[in-house]
Structures are given as structure tokens and as C-alpha cells.
Design a protein around this ligand. Structure first.
Ligand code: CP
Ligand code: NVA
Length: 307
């Protein structure tokens, strides 16, 4: 049966662990198979721009011996030129897997319902699972462990925040989330993460205080204040998120060996100062590099075969 990666709810804690191990092997240059994607074609169906997700999936697929196609917003015109169901059924006849980046998460679910090939979420308004997996790998690479570490997330309770929440809960990491009022992560996602966290020993805290969220944090995480598709809200958001900037004052409350993380793209002077993102604690480009290695592990897991 085909498997999708729509959110981190699709993976168990031990499957995440296996993916991290495979990622590590791939990063060391030890692929378990010579060309696991030989004869396979992966397409990227993207309704929004991308640097990391697009390039890392394209390069990763090629490195694994497969072929990759990019289908930008004007090519398929998802749901406008033809229904999402018809797009999913047609592409399933040509491809081995589809990575989709959509505005609404419902569109990814609809693709997955009608496709007979694995659908991988390359970012929707609700989730960014590939990012969170690369982030968890980057944290393990840096600290040598995950359980018991504290991640302080400051900013918007958005797609990146939701995927980190699910990921942290599953691997036993504490997550403290500070958002302005009305920008909290979705309550259903928080509730389900808290249920999982009870079993893994993770603690989930939601607050409006950035100071509380970074207190003794091992990791401080930021994302943009205005996500793709929210451009019309820019003026209001810049005002609402004032006070949620990660700067030299705020990081004083974190653990002395904290790392700064950001999924990128970043806006220096908004969610983070240049001093912090370009400073010695920042691991943002390790995160970006690790997108490549983690996604290769995802591709092998979902569709690899011995060649
Ligand atoms: N972090 C991330 O997904 O970056 P892109 O939007 O450039 O793909
Ligand atoms: N929250 C951001 C993440 C970009 C990688 C967005 O959706 O635009």
C-alpha cells in the first residue's frame, strides 16, 4: 500500500528514529543501496515559491538515481484547469511520487485521497513535515540527543510551529511556544501533541511571553511573521508581532550553549536580528543542508527499492 507524508502524524516515534538513522548514513555518504530511485520519477507540484524545498528535493532525487520534474503554479493550475482529483489520478499514471506545496492543507489531503502514488507535503498552510524532520535531525546532530531538550519557539503558531509540535512530542522534546494573542497554534494540534507528549515525557507550553518560552531553552526557533499567502496582512502582523523579536536581550534567558534555528527565508530586523541569525549560535545553514539528507531518507523510505 502506498504511504504518504502529509504531516508528522503519519510517522510513529520509532519511524522518525529510523529516518534519522538513515539520514545520518546518507549524510556520511553511506547509501544503503546504490541507486534506490533508479527508473523512478518524482515531481514537485508547487503553488508557492521555494528555494530549499525545491532544490533539495530535485538534487536529492538525482543523487538517488531518479528523475525529477518541477511543475510550477502556472503549469497544472491545480483545481482551476481541472479538479484536484483528476490531477492526482493522471499524475499517478506517470510518476512514482509527488511532492506538493499548496496554499490550503485540504488540497494536499485531496491529492492524497485520489493518488495511487505517495504524496509528500512540501509545505501547506497547516504543516511543513519535511522541515521539522530536518530540524530534529539538526538538533540531534548538534546535541547528540533529543529527549529532555527544550525548544523555545517564538512567533506565529503556523505550519512550521505545528510540525515542530508534532515532532517534538513524538521524540520527547519539550516545546515552549510564545505567540501574540490570536496567533496561537491550532488547539486540536496542541491537544493531540499534548496527548503524545504525556507518553514520551515531553512538556508542551503555550504562552504569550517570549521570555517564558526562551527560559533555559536549548534551542530558540523563529519563523517569518508573514507566511506565503498572508502578504495582505503584512502591516497588521508587523504591528502584532512587535515584542516577539529574537535579539541579544531575549537570548540572555536561554541556556548558555543554546542554538538558534530558523527554517528560512528570514527577515533580519523583523523576527530576528542580524546579530543573532549571523552569530556564533546560529545553525540555520546546517538546517538548510539537512533538508537534502532528510528528504533523501524520506524518498528511500517511501519509494526506494533495490536496483
Ligand atoms: N524552509 C523552506 O521550506 O524554504 P523554501 O520555502 O525556500 O522551500
Ligand atoms: N511559515 C513560512 C515557512 C516558509 C518555509 C511560510 O509558510 O511561508
Amino acid at each position: 500500500m502506498k504511504r504518504d507524508l502529509l504531516s508528522l502524524q503519519d510517522l510513529t516515534g520509532s519511524e522518525i528514529d529510523d529516518l534519522l538513522k538513515l539520514t545520518n548514513q546518507l549524510k556520511q555518504g553511506n547509501s544503503p543501496l546504490s541507486s534506490p530511485l533508479k527508473g523512478k520519477t518524482v515531481a514537485l507540484l508547487f503553488q508557492k515559491p521555494s528555494n530549499r524545498t525545491r532544490v533539495s528535493f530535485e538534487v536529492g532525487t538525482i543523487q538517488l538515481g531518479g528523475n525529477c520534474l518541477y511543475l510550477g503554479p502556472d503549469e497544472i493550475n491545480l483545481g482551476v484547469r481541472e479538479s484536484i482529483a483528476d490531477v492526482a489520478k493522471t499524475l499517478s499514471r506517470y510518476l512514482s511520487a509527488l511532492v506538493a506545496r499548496t496554499y490550503t492543507h485540504e488540497d494536499i489531503l485531496e491529492l492524497a485521497r485520489h493518488a495511487s502514488i505517495p504524496i509528500i507535503n512540501g509545505l501547506s498552510d497547516l504543516h511543513h513535515p519535511c522541515q521539522a524532520l530536518a530540524d530534529i535531525f539538526s538538533i540531534k546532530e548538534k546535541f547528540g540527543r533529543l529527549k529532555g531538550l527544550t525548544l523555545g519557539y517564538i512567533g506565529d503558531g503556523n505550519n512550521v510551529c505545528h510540525s515542530l509540535l508534532q515532532g517534538c512530542a513524538k521524540v520527547g522534546m519539550h516545546m515552549h511556544i510564545a505567540t501574540p494573542p490570536k496567533y496561537e497554534p491550532q488547539s486540536a494540534i496542541v491537544r493531540s501533541a499534548k496527548e503524545i507528549a504525556q507518553k514520551t515525557g515531553a512538556k508542551i507550553l503555550t504562552t504569550h511571553s517570549p521570555q517564558d518560552a526562551v527560559q533555559n531553552a536549548d534551542i530558540i526557533y523563529a519563523d517569518v511573521w508573514v507566511s506565503m499567502g498572508q502578504e495582505k496582512e503584512t502591516k497588521k502582523r508587523l504591528k502584532d508581532f512587535k515584542g516577539y523579536q529574537i535579539n541579544a536581550g531575549l537570548v540572555k534567558q536561554a541556556s548558555k550553549d543554546y542554538v538558534f534555528m530558523h527554517c528560512l527565508p528570514a527577515h533580519r530586523g523583523q523576527e530576528v536580528t542580524a546579530e543573532i541569525i549571523d552569530g556564533p549560535h546560529s545553525i540555520v545553514f546546517d538546517q538548510a543542508e539537512n533538508r537534502l539528507h532528510t528528504q533523501k531518507a524520506i524518498l528511500i523510505t517511501l519509494l526506494g527499492s533495490k536496483s
